[in-house]
Design a protein around this ligand. Sequence first.
Ligand SMILES: NC(=O)c1ccc[n+]([C@@H]2O[C@H](COP(=O)([O-])OP(=O)(O)OC[C@H]3O[C@@H](n4cnc5c(N)ncnc54)[C@H](O)[C@@H]3O)[C@@H](O)[C@H]2O)c1
Ligand SMILES: C[N+](C)(C)CC=O
Length: 491
Amino acid sequence: MLNKKMFINGEWVDSLSGRTRKIINPYNSEGIAVVAEGNASDSKKAIAAARQAFDFGVWPTLTGSERGRFLSKIRDLILRDHEELAILESLDTGKTVEESRWDMDGIADVFKYYASLADENRGDIIDSPIPDTSSVVVREPVGVCGQISPWNYPLLQASWKMAPALAAGCTIVMKPSEITPLTTVKITELAEEAGFPPGVVNLVLGPGEGVGSELAESPDVDLISFTGGIETGKKIIQAASSNVKKIALELGGKNPNIVFSDADFDTALDFAMNAVFFHAGQICSAGARLMVEASIHDRFVSELQKRMEKIQLGNGFDANTQMGPLISEEHRSKIEDYVDLAKKEGATLVLGGRRPEAPELENGFFYLPTLFTGCTSQMRIIREESFGPVITVEKFEGEEEALRLANDTDHGLSAGFWTNDPARIERMSRKLRFGTVWVNDFNVYFAQAPWGGYKQSGMGRELGMTGLEEYCELKHVFQNFNTKPVNWFGN
Ligand SMILES: NC(=O)c1ccc[n+]([C@@H]2O[C@H](COP(=O)([O-])OP(=O)(O)OC[C@H]3O[C@@H](n4cnc5c(N)ncnc54)[C@H](O)[C@@H]3O)[C@@H](O)[C@H]2O)c1
Ligand SMILES: C[N+](C)(C)CC=O
């Protein structure tokens, strides 16, 4: 069984209380690791180390090229330990190891991308409107950054914070979800191997209350970056007000997947599955809110049901497995509550809606792929993020109704639609109120393009140039080469 600690000021340490937490594999509930379990005092210690490293250390003074070399080194180490990272991620989350391998490819790309951006440390020269003066805008690191990540994509979400923050010259204190820390521990080991100076990369482990909340509240933290649920995001906003620290929020989604009658039927059907059933639907951008134009609705639903019935549940390390378990008993109960609610609200349960009966799955947190039809936009199953293998289907007549329904939500993370009409593509792309809009595709993301949400799905963007700027302050330096007294107040 793995035994892992926190990493503070360049040293692996136990929690100050000596407490630990057992980490389990959601496929069979077996223990896979014991990790240090911190509290607010451990976060204070890590924040102090990051503060010292930023205020008096060499890291922020390095050139972008020098910092870029450190990020390139981490990327090389990720590629070296790619399979180990994928195995750890699947042990920790239950997702199939093939999905974890994809995640690791993307994570390596994120470090490669920000290594290159660090090298292009950009500023702007302004053509000053005032004679005999100069005007430049420089980007400087924000400072000490708290970085809190969720359990569904542990290393991917941590890397979307870690890489740009380090590229910008910040120092960081990372807190993964208390139930899926293993790959964030591993990448911290890689950062140590890459030779980051003490205090630049720090890792604290433990629950949101205490360990996480201290990062959000501390006056010695300059920016808090959080990925998680909307309700927790609201707590972060409140806590961050202590010193008006910068806030970056990546929150929940309820993502319309809209199929028009002129879509390529088989492709749209294939992607209705892909949009939801990877990682058992535990995806912020899952297309669980399926909307189908009335003229093809019944055929589409019938074909979708046939495909859903064939999904193979099992161990993420078994090549035949297509969908693993949910992350925990608690989360499965949440899904079950939503299914019960949907039935009470009048939705029609077409498939699933229960746990599997296979004896080999009884020790894991499995739930059957589930399909509801007859859903309306006022139902909670439509308005709230259920975050599991549950598809709800709404029927619509025409583009105007599709747009009205899709935008009638407090969420704004992502949306996708399927059509072959170029004019409709232009109209829908512009009018959908979501941070990412996929046209004839779903759930595509990469280092070069910004990711984030409208409305309650978040604040700011990760990835892309925007993701780096999130960790920078802008400073305007104005110089007068010919200053003369103006004598406004007399001489
Ligand atoms: N927008 C995105 O890019 C994105 C990506 C992945 C997941 N998510 C969202 O994350 C959620 C699932 O993740 P989760 O269940 O881990 O979310 P969560 O909000 O329960 O927890 C997220 C993280 O916050 C910590 N935390 C909890 N309470 C805290 C507090 N009061 N102060 C500071 N930290 C606290 C947790 O320990 C964890 O590390 C879903 O809503 C999903 O949509 C969003
Ligand atoms: C990986 N991502 C951000 C697209 C979905 C996370 O839940």
